[in-house]
Design a protein around this ligand. Sequence first.
Ligand code: ADP
Ligand code: MG
Length: 143
Amino acid sequence: MASNLTLTILKPDCVRKGITGEVTKRIQEAGFKIKAMKMTRLTKQTAGGFYEVHRERPFFGELTDFMSSGPCVPMLLEKENAVADFRKLIGATDPAEAEEGTIRKAFADSKGENIVHGSDSDENALIEASYFFSQAEIVANEV
Ligand code: ADP
Ligand code: MG
């Protein structure tokens, strides 16, 4: 069954640049509803757990250093076709390859420091959501 949820993290570079508001506005204007949101700081270890699939990649140390370098803002987002539509909104991993109008094209400095995370599948969106949010932290259906 297709899910309508995706997990994003406004990464430490986004927070350092003071553009969490601007990026969140773009996300909401693209039709995503925020179901959960917090500011937190990952440790190198918890960042490593989140990016477990990349543990053997050469950039893993750099990635976990960066993701634990300051606060970040994970959010659970809801929209029809959330995973694919969000990845379209943020653009390619490397901002140099990202399309005009995407968040990474507009704000990211490099392939490593690329402003936002986006889940790559419905299954991973749920796994990633549970990494940051308990059931009680996710808002119920709209009133
Ligand atoms: P995406 O975030 O677009 O799904 P990946 O899942 O491939 O990209 O990689 C996870 C994160 O690891 C990227 O967003 C980026 O921060 C970092 N990363 C990926 N490839 C590299 C690389 N070649 N050098 C440095 N950091 C990288
Ligand atoms: Mg990925």
